[in-house]
Structures are given as C-alpha cells and as structure tokens.
Design a protein around this ligand. Structure first.
Ligand code: ATP
Ligand code: MG
Length: 354
C-alpha cells in the first residue's frame, strides 16, 4: 500500500516526537511492505517564524491533498507576544475547522506497567479502557461574537451549535460504542444550558436507532468526578467541545502521563488528522526526554482509521505495551526497577519489538 502522509511537526516536543513516529512508521512499512511517503510542512510557531502566519496556504493545500495528516504540537513562550489572531493555537483550530474534522477520538487506556506511578489506586486504574468522543469544530471555541465590550469591562463568548453538528458527533459516539462494549455515556450540562438540552434530545432520538447500546446521561461535573472514582464504568463518552477538552486532560491521569495519549480528528469520509493529546511542553523541549508514545499511538490510529491497516496498528500498540512491560520509561513516567530512557532510546526499544 502506498500512502502520502502530510507531516506537521509544529513546535517544541512536537518536532521530537514526530521524528519518533516517523521512525516507527518506517519500521512498519519495511515489515509489511508498504510505502509511506512523508511530506513535511509548517504550522504554529514554526510557521509564524517562516511565513508570518500560523497556518500558511501551502500547508492547508498539502493537507487537502494528502491521505492523512500527522501533527506534533504547536505553541510555546517564544510566540506569547504575537497578536491574538495569529497565535500558534489558531493554526491548530484553523486546520481542524478548514478540513471539517469534527470528531475527535481519544482512547484512554490504563497501562499495567504504569500502575504504580499513578496517583490513583491500582484497583481503580487497572480496568480503565475509555474512548472519549469530543466534538471539535463547534461550541464555545468557535462561537461569534467572542469579544470585550463596554470599554473592556464586559466579555462575551458564544456557545452555538446547529442540530446537524450535534447529530453527526452523537452518531460517531453511537457507532464507536457499537464497535466496543456498547455503552454510551453522554455528558452535558442540561440542568443549565439550552445547548445541552438540545444535545440530550438528540441523544434520545438516536438511541432509538441503536437499541443494543446502553445509554446514560451524566452532567459534566458528575462525569468529572466519576472519571476518577469509577473509570471502569465508562466505555464511550460523547460530549461537546469544551467539556471534551477538559475531561480528556483529566482522563490522562488514568494512563500515567499526558505523554501517553493519542488522538484522531476525523470527518465522515475517513480523512483524518492524528496528534498526541499533549502540547508542545516547552519546559522539556529540546532535551530529548519527551515521551514519544502519545505520538506513536496516534500514528497507529492513522493506520487503523485512515488506511484500514488494523493488523499494523495493533502491532504498534503491542510493541508499545511490550516496551513498557520490559521496564523502559521516559522521565514523565516511573516503572519501579525499570530503565529510564530518552525519546530516541524509547523509540528504538519500541521498534525492536515490531
Ligand atoms: P497546550 O496549551 O499546548 O495544551 P499545556 O501547557 O497545556 O500545552 P503540555 O504542553 O502538554 O500542556 O504540557 C503539560 C505538562 O506535561 C508539562 O509539564 C509537560 O512537560 C508535560 N508533557 C507534555 N507532553 C509530554 C511528553 N510527550 N512527554 C513528557 N512530558 C510531557
Ligand atoms: Mg493543554
């Protein structure tokens, strides 16, 4: 199989973990006789430095024509002073919006080897295997107006969704549940927000089309608590943009580190962008110690969702598991009796297991 992969390394540790993911993909290509061609383009701070904008036309253009997109992370203190409308993060929001990538899939799985390093109890963590399905192109992050009024003393942000925008993400939630343990938790704030009341209505309507799926509604505050106290009660969580953003960072605790979490941003035709959940981690950038696993598992998701290469995706996931079982860990993790390694060595160990 030949695939053209658009590579957007971005900033900070994004560039370091992207190297790791490419190395793993090359190993998979060798092993399974595929051809993965990488085309590198800039986004975020690196694009501001080179083009003056966080999302250059040539990057958008490349993304429109590739088979899938891999993204590292954007942002960093170097660009703190730039104007709000050309901040590095605008590049990320822009590419998601322009490509219409409305469905953000974030699997959260407890790794056995990491249990002891987690602040949570082992019996709680051991069983967690959750898929968070987050709406990505609507809601508060995109609502207009978003501005200061009254000489700067009043602020307005707008939470707006169309029925169609809610329907398609809720469908993704049900479809995902059908492929897993058939339990869907819909998270909203229906006791306060009108948007959440419409959301709940749509979930109820769709539930009739998926009789096999067990559906529950949780208010976001309750969900935030139960995610930590009872993670094993969850299979698929479907929610809107802001709630999904917060809950998925919270859920990262279940895996031991933000550095472990992958994500996929998809639209209906399977076009997708794959990125780790973590940011550019300026505090550790350039030191060669970033955990590459979130990015590597994102590459595995790309093989699965955009290329249909399930076996190859599993091979990567298995290799990561094995590497942790062998005791290798980056400084954001801790495995008692294990071996501390940097980004490059962790990657090399993972490839050895492919
Ligand atoms: P953003 O706004 O881009 O989400 P952030 O400041 O919220 O950025 P991160 O950049 O993800 O979050 O960093 C949060 C913390 O997690 C930092 O201390 C960082 O060093 C750590 N971290 C993030 N990614 C990794 C990684 N891949 N490996 C090790 N540590 C990481
Ligand atoms: Mg963050």
């Amino acid at each position: 199989m030949k695939k053209e992969i658009i590579v957007l390394p971005g900033d900070g540790v994004g560039r370091e973990v992207m190297e790791a993911a490419k190395t793993v993909l090359r190993a998979i290509a060798d092993e399974y006789d595929h051809q993965f061609v990488f085309h590198e383009h800039e986004i975020g701070g690196a694009a501001i430095d080179q083009y003056g904008v966080p999302l250059p036309e040539e990057t958008i253009d490349a993304c429109m024509h590739g088979d899938a997109i891999l993204l590292g992370a954007v942002g960093g203190p170097k660009w703190d002073h730039v104007a709000p409308d050309i901040r590095p993060e605008k590049g990320l929001l822009g590419i998601r919006k322009q490509l219409g990538l409305y469905a953000n899939l974030r699997p959260v799985k407890g790794f056995k080897a990491l249990l002891q390093a987690s602040p949570l109890k082992e019996e709680i963590l051991g069983e967690s295997d959750i898929l968070i399905v987050r709406e990505l192109t609507g809601g508060l992050y995109f609502g207009r107006p978003s501005e200061r009024r009254d000489s700067g003393n009043t602020v307005v942000d707008t939470l707006s969704y169309t029925r169609e925008e809610m329907e398609r993400i809720i469908e993704t939630g049900f479809e995902s549940a059908m492929k897993r343990r058939k339990k869907l938790t819909s998270v909203d704030k229906a006791n306060v927000l009108e948007s959440s009341r419409m959301w709940r209505e749509i979930v109820e309507e769709k539930a009739a089309q998926y009789p096999e799926v067990e559906v529950e509604h949780l208010l976001v505050d309750a969900a935030a608590m139960k995610l930590i106290t009872e993670p094993s009660r969850f299979d698929v969580i479907v929610t809107e943009n802001l709630f999904g953003d917060i809950l998925s960072d919270e859920a990262s605790v279940l895996t031991g580190s933000l550095g472990m979490l992958p994500s996929a941003s998809l639209r209906r035709d399977g076009v997708g962008m794959y990125e780790p959940v973590h940011g550019s981690a300026p505090d550790i950038a350039g030191k060669g110690v970033a955990n590459p696993i979130g990015m590597i598992l994102s590459a595995a998701m790309m093989l699965r969702y955009s290329f249909g290469l399930e076996e190859e995706a599993r091979e990567i996931e298995r290799a990561v598991d094995e590497c942790l079982e062998q005791g290798y860990f980056t400084p954001d993790l801790f495995i008692p009796g294990g071996t501390p390694v940097g980004t490059a060595e962790m990657t090399a160990r993972i490839i050895e297991n492919v």
